[in-house]
Write a protein that binds this ligand. Structure first.
Ligand code: FES
Ligand SMILES: [Fe+2]
Length: 372
């Protein structure tokens, strides 16, 4: 394609109604269907290294807490005390604990969520302790990530969900990647506007002219839909130098950037020597809680290496993603209700945007059909 000066093209442009980014009914059904019905990779497995490590994660509408128990396995719970609902764990960082003690009246739960203590127990003669553990959520550790299904009554089958995407993660040895750093932020834009920006290479030479553009030829990539997930493979400028060399000399990380999208809300970008995982969680139609995690193929082996990754993360966090991509999504969000556009348009060479929206529509379909 590069030799021929070609791009992977859809037959025609694709239109997304602006309603999909502002409508509160749409937001509610996305939240209840997509963000309760599919496994979400909420953390890096190596973020909780030791038994007793716990982490609160504020999924909008369902704060959760994950914990590595004494036997070394990871559990996930709704972060809500069973007495009067107060959060049993707080803070952004991993916290080492022996138990969860609710700050309000000190009901106490072990790392498996079991209710172990009620001060002044005589006041609750009808509370069955065995039925008042923290609500457990299906959770599993796989491919270097902790996956949680935010539905206490649901069942998670991760292999079915991931399908062939698992092979891509395996091919890049993602299971061995180590947690390096994480930031959370709230972006004033619909979660899909942010993912739109990570679904195309069209803007790289333009929006990112002062950051990424020197590393990428203009919009030279291929894309595959993998069920509801996606794989995008973007050539880097270094690739042009080896284009005429034998394929064996091409290096997948140095010459290309792979971006995997895991339905519904996560992308993983593989840079030459680290990977960035971004997850978008809708707070409202126009607000998104974003977590950004840097993962590295191994733990830093020297101070220089640690500083290098720290600088890379700061550049992404403060500039490339944090300012350029999130800033542009916020800008678009402010115009959506102005009447300027009834729909947004994806060009023929932006097929991943089409697939992303079609996968969402398809996942919402059974519910909207049932409502009719
Ligand atoms: S709300 Fe948690 S102990 Fe009362
Ligand atoms: Fe971007």
């Amino acid at each position: 394609m590069i030799r021929a000066g070609d791009a992977q093209m859809d037959e025609r442009e694709y239109r997304i109604p602006v309603d999909h980014y502002v409508c509160s009914d749409r937001f509610q059904s996305e939240r209840s269907e997509l963000f309760r019905g599919f496994p979400l990779p909420v953390a890096a497995a190596t973020q909780l290294e030791q038994p007793g490590d716990t982490l609160a994660i504020d999924l909008p509408g369902m704060p959760i807490v994950i914990a590595r128990n004494r036997q070394g396995s990871v559990g996930a719970f709704i972060n809500a005390c069973r007495h009067r609902g107060v959060r049993v764990a707080d803070g952004e960082d991993v916290c080492q604990r022996k138990a969860f003690v609710c700050p309000y009246h000190n009901w106490t739960y072990d790392l498996d969520g079991a209710l172990k203590g009620i001060p002044k127990r005589e006041g609750f003669p009808n509370v069955d302790v065995s039925q008042h553990g923290l609500r457990r959520l299906p959770a599993t550790e796989a491919h270097g990530l902790i996956w949680v299904l935010p539905d206490p009554d649901g069942a998670m089958n991760l292999n079915d969900h991931l399908g062939e995407l698992a092979e891509d993660l395996n091919a890049y040895d993602f299971g061995k990647f180590q947690y390096f750093a994480r930031r959370t932020t709230t972006v004033k834009a619909n979660w899909k506007l942010i993912l739109d920006a990570f679904s195309e290479g069209y803007h790289v030479s333009r929006l990112h002219k002062d950051s990424l553009a020197p590393y990428f030829p203009d919009h030279t990539g291929v894309f595959d839909a993998i069920g509801p997930h996606m794989r995008s493979f973007l050539a880097r400028k270094d690739f042009l130098a080896v284009l005429d060399q034998p394929v064996e000399t091409w290096h997948r990380s140095e010459h290309f950037t792979l971006t995997l999208y895991a339905f519904p809300n996560t992308i993983i970008v593989f840079s030459p020597d680290y990977a960035t995982k971004l997850a978008m969680y809708p707070v409202s139609p126009s607000e998104t809680f974003v977590t950004m995690t840097l993962m590295t193929p191994h733990k830093p082996r020297s101070e220089a290496e640690r500083q290098h990754w720290q600088r890379s993360f700061a550049l992404l966090d403060e500039f490339v993603f944090g300012k350029e991509d999130f800033g542009i999504a916020e800008s678009a969000q402010t115009t959506l209700e102005s009447g300027a556009n009834t729909h947004l348009t994806a060009g023929r060479f932006e097929p991943a945007i089409r697939c992303f929206h079609q996968a969402i529509d398809k996942a919402l379909l059974p519910k909207s059909a049932a409502r009719k």
